[in-house]
Design a binder for this molecule. Sequence first.
Ligand code: MLT
Ligand code: MN
Length: 308
Amino acid sequence: MALRALILGAAAGGGLPQWNCNGANSAGFWGRGDRLSPATQSSLAVSVRDGEWVVLNASPDIRAQIMARPQLQPRDPAAHGLRDTPIAAVVLTNGDIDHIAGLLTLREKQRFDLWTTPVIADILRANPIFDALDPTCVARREIGLDAPFEPVPGLTLELFATPGKTPLFLEGAAGDAVQTDVEGEQTVGVRLSDGTREAFYVPGCARMTPALAARLRGAALAFFDGTVFHDDEMIRAGVGHKTGKRMGHMAMAGPDGSLAAFADLDVKRKIFVHMNNTNPVWRKDSAERAEVEAAGWEIAHDGLEVTP
Ligand code: MLT
Ligand code: MN
């Protein structure tokens, strides 16, 4: 009954490589330059017992993630029948495409619980394509902030607000006026506990707040937003015009970055997740990779299994 976490996808939206990108980290996949290990889009599976998993964020790559991880594949038909999954529940941390689009892959009349905050539930309700999830199979469960719940027996989760922004597809005409660090039900982190061990999963965070720092202080394990190393890295790389901040993500580097924010938090094991394909830390020989490792961080990869 010990908490286990399995990285299904270590990359941010787009994955590594991104399908249309010739940037330094992606070009090697198209035969130009050295080829890195690929990474699928943002998702973490957690479990306290064999054959029963909770998936945090349903990435557009969830089918490939299931193909790659025997733990998530249908169990023995003699015991579980012809249609089966060990995925008992899905929990969403925001309404972004990289975290919700995989729900459409899970539409094949399979029973599971879908846990979200009321605000994220509204985003799904406003998109009729998600009605493809038959309500007689998929139970939509709404849960407020700071309220512990047990998606499967023995595994307690709690959602808490992290600064973030509305999904890109809902920004509408707001453009650069959109608030990128709203604290509420639309972007959340997750505390995970098996009663003895705990871990935190925060794949999206626009800035460190005193409340978040207090929550994370002394934790055994934290998976944290590693979207960009430099706030202006997409601009520097010439592949986009947005900063990390504009996308609702704090950078790793800089005075407001996660390396600085965690420096005195005494988190025992710190693992970056949700890395954008532009992030230089994907390269094991980069100066940026050396810098995060010197600060005690690990860079997640698909298939990494961790126990706190
Ligand atoms: C993000 O994390 O900023 C979003 O997933 C971006 C996107 O929607 O592609
Ligand atoms: Mn994302």
